[in-house]
Design a protein around this ligand. Structure first.
Ligand SMILES: [Zn+2]
Length: 385
């Protein structure tokens, strides 16, 4: 039994804000001076909706096949699944890219001393240059299946990156070309991301107007969540010595609104996304629902795969959740909707998506999960637009 103590605040520390300016985004490639024109469009295979609340305004079926430009309307958002843990979270004209990895089938990653893995799938978007511009990158940890060497070599040094303290050190202190805009965020530490400084035209509203500074603008708040990539105990101690598996974060990504004059004080959350990161089901995760104090997670992106090192031929140590742990996490965090990611892209992912599906069905959670293929998007509605 846990001894109950009053929950701590969700955010213990606030980092300096990361101001977003969607009118002047950093081009992805460090060699580029401007974005490709026209901007690349995400190739959307299928659009999926809330499993229990399909959209009511149109007769759109649960799944539609479309290839169309993204239209930023103010009360809808989406998660587009590229592959592994690479997604694009969009709303009200803002875009965040998570864990960028654009390796292709047959490519290899190095995951630590003696640990390599082969990619088995292709990403839905072939490379960084084929993405629409984004406002910031969220990097859960510094591992090549989340930030591959090509991305590291090509990405603009001015791209804002929110990540762990460990990854920040790796990105800002090594080599001749360190990254310049990196936020190192620990557990239960927050970064507020407002738009511009009140000078920009409103986003997704078709332009500027009188009194626009009084209008609510979209904003994002990201908070580091606990994650343990190595099981506690002697192995964790050995790993500290070897430095094989880096520390990892989960994220709480709050999409919402604020008035330019009010900043974070006036921030109203319209949608809460919890991204598990590469973690096992550990006691530290129990802090998440405690600190949320009843605030509902709308969407969980859960990293599955039952990643096993050193590899499939010598399965010694599991370092990400398998299907059974994924369902345990659903019970713990109780999200409204869960989308599994990071489940079949590398040969070290030993728990296939079917493991999770079986556990979900056995738990009677079938109507709480949306399955995305690479190239699919999940669309959702944001409160308070
Ligand atoms: Zn991973």
């Amino acid at each position: 039994m846990d001894t109950e103590q009053p929950p701590k605040p969700l955010r213990e520390t606030n980092h300096p804000p990361l101001v977003l300016n969607p009118q002047k985004r950093t081009p992805f490639l460090k060699t580029a001076t401007h974005h490709p024109s026209p901007e690349p469009i995400l190739p959307i295979a299928h659009t999926k909706h809330h499993p229990r609340k399909p959209p009511t305004t149109t007769t759109t079926p649960q799944t539609t096949t479309t290839a169309r430009p993204e239209t930023p309307d103010s009360n809808s958002g989406s998660v587009y699944f590229i592959g592994t843990a690479t997604t694009i979270i969009s709303f009200a004209g803002l875009r965040l890219l998570t864990d960028p990895n654009f390796l292709h089938a047959g490519d290899h990653v190095h995951l630590g001393p003696g640990v390599t893995a082969q990619r088995l799938t292709n990403p839905a978007v072939p490379d960084l240059a084929s993405l629409p511009p984004v406002d910031a990158v969220l990097l859960s940890h510094y591992h090549e299946d989340h930030f591959d060497r090509e991305v590291e070599a090509q990405l603009s040094r001015d791209m804002p990156i929110v990540t762990t303290e460990h990854a920040k050190q790796c990105l800002t202190e090594k080599g001749e070309e360190p990254f310049r805009k990196v936020w190192g965020v620990g557990e239960f530490e927050g970064v507020f991301m407002p738009v511009g400084d009140g000078q920009d035209p409103d986003i997704g509203e078709g332009g500027a107007g009188e009194g626009r500074t009084k209008k609510k603008k979209p904003a994002v708040r990201v908070t580091g969540m606990p994650g343990k990539h190595v099981p506690p105990g002697p192995l964790a101690a050995i790993n500290e010595l070897l430095g094989a598996v880096p520390p990892t974060n989960g994220w709480l990504v709050e999409l919402g609104w604020t008035k330019p004059t009010e900043g974070e004080e006036g921030f109203e959350t319209g949608y809460r996304i919890y991204i598990s990161g590469d973690t096992l089901m550990v006691d530290e995760l129990k802090e998440i629902p405690r600190r949320l104090r009843g605030d509902k997670i709308d969407l969980m992106l859960v990293h599955l795969g039952g990643t096993t090192i050193p590899g499939p031929n010598m399965p010694l140590l599991m370092v990400t959740m398998d299907g059974a742990q994924g369902v345990q996490l659903m019970r713990l965090v109780d999200p409204d909707v869960t989308v599994p990611i990071h489940f079949d892209d590398y040969d070290v992912f030993c728990s296939p998506l079917d493991d999770f599906k079986k556990e979900v069905d056995a738990a009677g959670f079938g109507d709480k999960v949306v399955y995305l293929d690479r190239g699919d998007e999940f669309k959702f509605t944001i409160r308070g637009a």
